[in-house]
Design a protein around this ligand. Structure first.
Ligand code: TRP
Ligand code: ZN
Length: 487
């Protein structure tokens, strides 16, 4: 009895101490070594509702973004990442709050602190020209909202999301999304997830409601406004495919993208079931020179429909963006330094598609060509050579893609097909809908193969010099010479 009393007293004291735990401001970043100010500490976003009216001609937007989040510490203040615009109103749990803006950081000061574990709702109402007057230290590549005259696309990897909506802008904090996008009725809107509703709004406007029930990193959110035709198709297990093509290019689009169901079938076999509620492509009517794996709806420029797409076969780019839905989107990098986990994997998936379509010899040819490329002086430049530690200002350099992709092929040659094709789905399934580090991948490769691969990965990912091709694999150069000698 007495003992119990003591325990009760101690219990009360600790509970009291927890309650009295003083609320403090959340961190201004999430600790990414490459981009310390990306994301914010102290809360975890559950859902974004982006209610946005776009004037395509004037390139202005008026928006209210509602952020449902849970505090992960007692909070007296917290930050959002947000750049540009005029902010009209900011509320937390329905009450106006005082805020301050400094570059990418917007700090909201709470009159009543939030408890750890408490759910809360923030709204930000803003308007203006996206990107206007914005000086962004992290403007590496992510554009954010881009108006090309006849329409709009949104491409934000890695740091562009904060250039069009207030966010916890780091892939470590994924959330579900609702988009309510209002545009003049001559336009069509394509965003992530499923189109739930199209309804007439005031003044000859239309509102498109899109929604995704799967967690998504902020950089993968996209809104596309244009003169689109929607074309439907079906993937494995009845997966809905919806493609959006510029109206006058729709026929060509249908043909160029007709392999998507077969690519979906291949990658579902090799990696695991397709992660989301739908897939498709949006082709915007402007030349981009790049594509982006925006979740459930990959984004392409109109050059993908021309014969000289990217100077190469458009099927490769189509396979690449699709593969990112597993690697990059479902399994997200834990930090931007891990970007090869996205780009190396999507690049090797292109090779897997080639192998599937044209056989082992075609794969060997393709990998041989890539090996010559990654061994060239340009790619062995010490500034970019190591795909596991690209410079922050050149995250998407060719070594991350091509040598990152070759790292997986080298792993396959090293451990053999059986282990390799068990490593991929094991890694995928273990980290699906979450985040992974390079160490996580290496650990799975070692676990499945039963081999010590530390030295292997160190040489491929972190050294300047390209390692030799593992033994049992295709010996690219030697074989050619031998053949010549034999002939
Ligand atoms: N991830 C893209 C790809 O699949 C490349 C990319 C990075 C990108 N940042 C971007 C494309 C910003 C468009 C906009 O290769
Ligand atoms: Zn990619």
């Amino acid at each position: 009895m007495r003992k119990l009393l003591i325990i009760l007293v101690i219990g009360c004291i600790t509970a009291g101490a927890a309650l009295a735990q003083t609320a403090r401001p959340g961190d201004a970043g999430l600790g990414d070594p490459y981009f310390p100010l990306l994301g914010n500490g102290g809360y975890d976003v559950q859902h974004y509702t982006i209610d946005l009216t776009a004037d395509v001609e004037d390139n202005t937007v008026l928006a209210t973004v509602t952020i449902d989040a849970v505090a992960t510490q007692a909070l007296s203040a917290f930050n959002l990442d947000f750049l540009g615009f005029f902010v009209a109103d900011v509320t937390v749990n329905g009450k106006r709050v005082v805020y301050e803006r400094d570059g990418r950081e917007m700090t909201l000061f709470l009159k009543e602190p939030l408890d750890e574990g408490e759910a809360f709702t923030t709204t930000v109402t803003y308007f203006g020209v996206p990107g206007e007057g914005v000086a962004d230290p992290y403007d590496v590549f992510g554009l954010g909202w881009a108006n090309y005259g006849d329409g709009v696309f949104v491409a934000s990897e890695p740091a562009g999301a904060a250039r069009w909506f207030p966010a916890n802008d780091h892939p470590l904090d994924k959330a579900t999304f609702t988009f309510r996008i209002t545009v003049p009725e001559e336009y069509v809107v394509a965003a992530n997830g499923l189109l739930r509703e199209t309804r007439a709004a005031r003044g000859g406007m239309m509102t498109y409601v899109w929604e995704t029930e799967y967690p998504m990193a902020t950089y993968l959110a996209t809104v596309n406004i244009g003169d689109f035709v929607r074309q439907e198709d079906e993937g494995p297990d009845g997966l809905p495919i919806r493609n959006y093509f510029p109206a006058q290019l729709a026929q060509r689009g249908t043909r160029v993208f007709e392999n998507q169901p077969r690519m979906l079938a291949l990658f579902s076999d090799l990696f695991g079931p397709y992660p989301f509620e739908a897939y498709g492509a949006v082709v915007v009517d402007t030349p981009l020179g790049f594509a982006l794996e925006t979740q459930t709806l990959s984004l392409f420029g109109r050059e993908v429909l021309s014969v000289f797409s990217f100077g190469r076969d458009p099927q490769s780019v189509i396979a690449h963006e699709l593969a990112h839905q597993w690697f990059g989107n479902s399994v997200s990098p834990a930090s931007w330094q891990d970007i090869w986990l996205n780009e190396g994997f999507a690049t090797y998936a292109q090779a897997l598609w080639i192998e599937h379509e044209r056989g082992a010899e075609a794969l060997a040819d393709y990998m041989r060509g890539l090996y010559a490329y990654i061994s060239s002086p340009a790619l062995q430049d010490p500034r970019i050579a190591a795909p596991g530690s690209p410079p922050p200002e050149a995250l998407f350099n060719p070594s991350v893609y091509q040598r990152g992709g070759w790292t997986l092929h080298a792993l396959r040659l090293r451990v053999g097909d059986e282990a390799f094709f068990e490593i991929l789905p094991t890694y995928y399934q273990r980290f699906a809908y979450g985040n992974a580090t390079t160490e996580d991948f290496i650990a799975v490769a070692e676990e499945v193969s039963g081999e010590d691969l530390d030295e292997f990965f160190r040489a491929w990912l972190y050294e300047t010099e390209v390692p030799p091709v593992p033994e049992m694999g295709l010996p690219p150069v030697i074989e050619d010479e031998e053949l010549e000698q034999a002939g």
